[in-house]
Ligand binder design. Structure first.
Ligand code: GDP
Ligand code: MG
Length: 200
């Protein structure tokens, strides 16, 4: 059965705040029918960001492997063949970037929330992410440019990649009493089976 209260964590990263895109980004999640369950603006510590990215003990290996693959696809030699080693500068860049200014942390709720949000956000590298997605529409960064400049890629948003990731990340950013359970009038149209509450 589909969980109509599935939750996912979204971070509006410091670059998006600086680009004054908070409203644009929130609007996309609102208008698809997701419900905002929690939100805060904060300047995160480096330690909090490092923990966020390493909640999944496999993250270093996965990102390292992905980075090596990306280099090879471009016909370039990766700086290292060891995924764990190559993930270290990626993580350091992320810590610096994500704690450089205010960000917005949010929990969005609804049927298929994790996948719907990932679809709206688009692929990790803005150069390759689809037109119509947040990363495809509002920013022009690339791995080539960010790697050359020795910094994290500026891709505006973070969104949980799976329900398991979402649960860990939501607990990392919010306490239970900050997550609000409430009804929206539109829930009737999105989820009601009979549509028998419209006419008098
Ligand atoms: P996301 O879920 O689409 O944000 O991507 P990941 O969880 O795989 O990666 C998290 C972050 O790590 C990204 O936002 C990038 O900053 C960085 N990252 C991931 N893959 C690569 C890569 O192949 N090269 C570089 N330079 N950074 C990467
Ligand atoms: Mg991810």
């Amino acid at each position: 059965m589909v969980n109509k209260s599935e939750k996912t964590l979204v971070l509006i990263k410091p670059d998006a705040v600086q680009r004054t895109l908070i409203g644009e980004i929130i609007q996309r999640f609102e208008r698809i029918g997701l419900k905002l369950a929690a939100m805060k603006m904060t300047v995160a510590s480096g330690d909090h960001i490092e923990k966020h990215y390493t909640l999944d003990p496999e993250w270093r290996r996965k990102v390292g492997e992905k980075t090596i693959k990306n280099y090879k696809e471009k016909g370039q030699n990766p700086p290292s063949e060891d995924p764990i080693e190559i993930s270290q500068p990626v993580l350091e860049g992320l810590v610096k970037f994500m704690s450089a200014g205010p960000l917005i942390a949010m929990v969005w709720e609804g049927a298929h929330a994790v996948k719907i949000v990932r679809k709206l956000v688009g692929g990790t590298e803005p150069l390759a992410s689809d037109v119509g997605t947040i990363r495809g529409d509002y920013v022009l960064d690339s791995y080539e440019m960010s790697d050359t400049d020795g910094r994290a890629i500026r891709n505006l948003v973070h969104a949980s990649g799976s329900s398991e990731e979402a649960e860990m990340e939501i607990n990392h950013w919010f306490s239970q009493n900050e997550i609000i359970s409430y009804r929206l009038v539109q829930d009737e149209i999105l989820y009601d089976v009979n549509l028998d509450g419209i006419l008098d």
